[in-house]
Every structure is written in C-alpha cells, then in structure tokens.
Design a protein around this ligand. Structure first.
Ligand code: TRP
Ligand code: SF4
Length: 400
C-alpha cells in the first residue's frame, strides 16, 4: 500500500485557463512536494466521447502539458506522462472489465448525464460505457494512490474502490491460496496455532471479530515468518485474500467555480476565459472589459462587490487591505471600476510572468516537452509493469 502516492489525470483540453489552474493544477503543483505523484494526460478518455474528431488530440496534449509546467508542475518532482504511452493501462482495463458488472457502469451518474448533455455525440459505444473501468485501471495501476479530483469525479473513484474489492476477492486467493495458508498455520507455535484457529472459526462462521486484533499483533511478532506468509496468515484469518489492488482514497479538491469575463463559469466553450499565458496587453484589455456589478451604470452609482465577478478574482489575487479598499470604494462610489481593476491587473500580470518564465524552455525547444513526456511515460511503465506482473500471476496467466 502506497499511502504516499497520488495519481490523477486530465483529458487533453489544449491551452489551460485560470479556471483549470485554480480548480486543479495549482493543487497538483502543491501535492508533488508532499507525495510521489503520477500525473497524466488521459488521451484515451478523450476518445471515448470524441472519436470522430481526433485531429487536435496531440497538439492539445502538448499545449496542455506546457501549461502544466507553466503552473509549476515539475517533471523533476512528479512523473508526468501520456496515458496511451503506457499501454499497460489498456491491459489492466481489459482484465478489470472481466469482473465489472454491467449494471455498475449503467448506474454511474455521469453515464446518463453525459449522454443527455452531449446529444450531438455518438456515445452509444462500448468505449464510453467502459470509461470508468479505464479510469479504475489508471488509478489502481499505481496501487493505493490518493486521487485529487473535483466533486464530479468522486463517483468514479467510488466505483474504482468497488472494482478493486471485487478483484481482490476474486483473485487475491490464488490457486493454492488455502492449502498454502493452512501449511503456514501448521508452522505456528502450538498455542498461537490453537488461538488462531479458534478466532478464525468464530470470525468466519459467526462474524465475531473478537480476538482478531490480538492474533494480528502476535503474528507481527513472529519474526521467523516471511512477508508472504505473514500476509497470507493475516488474510486467511478473516477469510479474505491478499490485497492485490489497494483501494484508493479521494482527495477532494474544493474550489469555488471561477467566474469568467462575463460572470458565467469560466469555460472555453463560453469564450470568457483568461489563459495562463496571455499577451500582457490582451490581458489588460480583457480585465478592463470584465463584467462588474450591473448596478454601477455610472461612475457615481454605488455597487456591491459580492455581486461583481471582478471582485471574485480580487478575492483570489488581492491582499486584505486591497480588498478593504475595494469594498469601501465600491459601496461608496469612491472609486470607479477601472480604478478597482488596476491592482487586479497588476497582480495577474505578475503571476502571468511566472507562468511565462516556467514555460519558456518548452517554447524555445519544441522537442523538450516530447522528451519529458517520453521519459515520464517510461518511468510510469516501470511501475505499471510491476503491478501487471502481480495481477497476471494472481489470475494465473503470467506464462513464465
Ligand atoms: N475522468 C477524468 C476527467 O474527465 C480524467 C481521468 C481519467 C482521471 N483517468 C483518471 C482522473 C484517473 C483521475 C484519475 O476529468
Ligand atoms: Fe466590481 Fe470593483 Fe466595480 Fe465594485 S468597483 S463593481 S468591486 S469592479
């Protein structure tokens, strides 16, 4: 179990805007210093809803990666890769698909919602129904990872947990699991052996977990047992097998939706975005035109910052004394909206400079992002191959 691992993916959306940054990527950049992180571009997931227009996937992938790096995600801290460059994800997907009941997939909330929302797409495919199984493979591949996602993805991680549980139950016992476990029990000292059998019987037959903890503690003290025997004895005690694929945890990213220039949610499809690397003049123009409290028609009309999308950005970018100045000036009509936007523009320009500086090496050398992702994908494959070795051995199709 790797509680210190984090895994998350994002579909290739091309250039990122501040909504992506504050909603997810900023958080990733922080996590990479605390955990061993695996971040990937989910290009196969893009195909599940978009197989009829694939011409932009590669460019969108590279553009998005440059913006991840601009945001501070660093290939020297995190393993950054492209899903399709780690084909082991597909292999695990096939294996997990064997044990996933159809009804679980049909009742995933995003399944029906997306079909309703994207009526112009053909979502009547096997690939789209299997979307969450692919996501489960992405996650379980890195065994025990925590998964930073927004609320919309929680159901997928829940399903991943159920798939892991079913998988462990089905294959965690292996061929001779029981007889090998029995042999390990025989080797325990007589007194412990008797206690083990009685506690196990009570638990398996009557669900009585009394004594389990005590036996567990004693097993940990038997130093002559090797790792495999101990794990087996612990699992056998409760009638379960080995935990081949540990269940992941959600790391919920809680963020208020970032308003776009028109006050609606910031989104490429609404054409109301501020990109991560805007031209400075363009950025200034965008903010100058950004929606404010509609009550401020004239300069002397007072306003209410809570009704103003520009103020939502101020809350992210400005210090408390600036926020006080805004509130005071806005509600008394002491400042105009352009005055108010001045310090916000400055703060955004400073941040944009940092984004641009981090992106610079990738813009100077277009091959760099390709190299970085190649190396990240190879590193991810090393881990993925280990998982698959275990998984295939447990199923009994490793052919060695
Ligand atoms: N389904 C996710 C989304 O649309 C992307 C994704 C694919 C993902 N695989 C993942 C997220 C694994 C977290 C972990 O945003
Ligand atoms: Fe919004 Fe500032 Fe104008 Fe008030 S003064 S409406 S907070 S932009």
């Amino acid at each position: 179990m790797n509680e210190d691992r984090v895994v998350s993916g994002m579909r290739p959306t091309g250039r990122l805007h501040l909504g992506h940054y504050h909603g997810a990527i900023k958080n990733w950049a922080n996590l990479q210093h605390k955990y061993e992180c695996f971040f990937f571009v989910a290009d196969w997931h893009a195909l599940t809803t978009n197989y009829h227009s694939t011409e932009l996937i590669e460019q969108d992938t590279y553009d998005m990666l440059v913006d991840w790096f601009a945001s501070g995600v660093s290939p020297s801290s995190a393993t950054v890769f492209v899903q399709s460059k780690v084909p082991e994800h597909a292999e695990l997907h096939v294996l997990l698909s064997m044990i996933t009941p159809l009804s679980w997939l049909e009742r995933v909330p995003t399944y029906k919602d997306t079909i309703k929302r994207l009526q112009d797409r053909d979502l009547n495919t096997y690939g789209f129904l299997g979307y969450p199984v692919l996501q489960a493979a992405d996650i379980l591949m890195y065994r025990g990872g925590r998964v930073p996602v927004g609320a919309d993805q929680v159901a997928h991680v829940e399903l991943t947990r159920e798939i892991a549980r079913t998988f462990n139950f089905t294959f965690g016992r292996g061929h001779q699991w029981e007889s090998v476990a029995q042999k390990a029990v025989e080797r325990l000292p007589k007194k412990l052996r008797q206690q083990y059998r009685s506690v196990q019987r009570k638990f398996v037959e009557a669900g009585n977990s009394e004594g389990i903890e005590r036996i567990r503690a004693q097993l940990l003290e038997q130093h002559y047992l090797n790792e495999d025997e101990r794990e087996r004895l612990l699992g056998y005690l409760e009638g379960v097998g080995r935990v081949l694929l540990p269940e992941p945890e959600v790391l919920l990213t809680e963020t208020a939706t970032l308003p776009g220039l028109d006050g609606e949610k910031m989104s490429k499809s609404y054409n109301n975005t501020i990109y991560l690397r805007e031209e400075p003049n363009k950025l200034e123009q965008k903010i100058r035109k950004m929606q404010t409290d509609p009550a401020r028609v004239r300069r002397h009309d007072p306003g209410d910052p809570e009704k103003c999308p520009t103020y939502s950005l101020h809350k992210i970018y400005s210090k408390p004394d600036t926020l006080d100045w805004v509130t005071q000036g806005c509600t008394s009509a002491g400042i105009g909206c352009l005055d108010c936007k001045g310090p916000l523009i400055d703060a955004l320009q400073i941040e944009q400079k940092v984004f641009r500086r981090r992106a610079e090496p990738y813009l100077e050398d277009a091959q760099l992002v390709r190299h970085v992702v190649q190396e990240g994908s190879e590193n991810a494959r090393t881990v993925a191959k280990e998982t698959l070795e275990d998984v295939k051995s447990a199923i009994g199709i490793n052919f060695r």
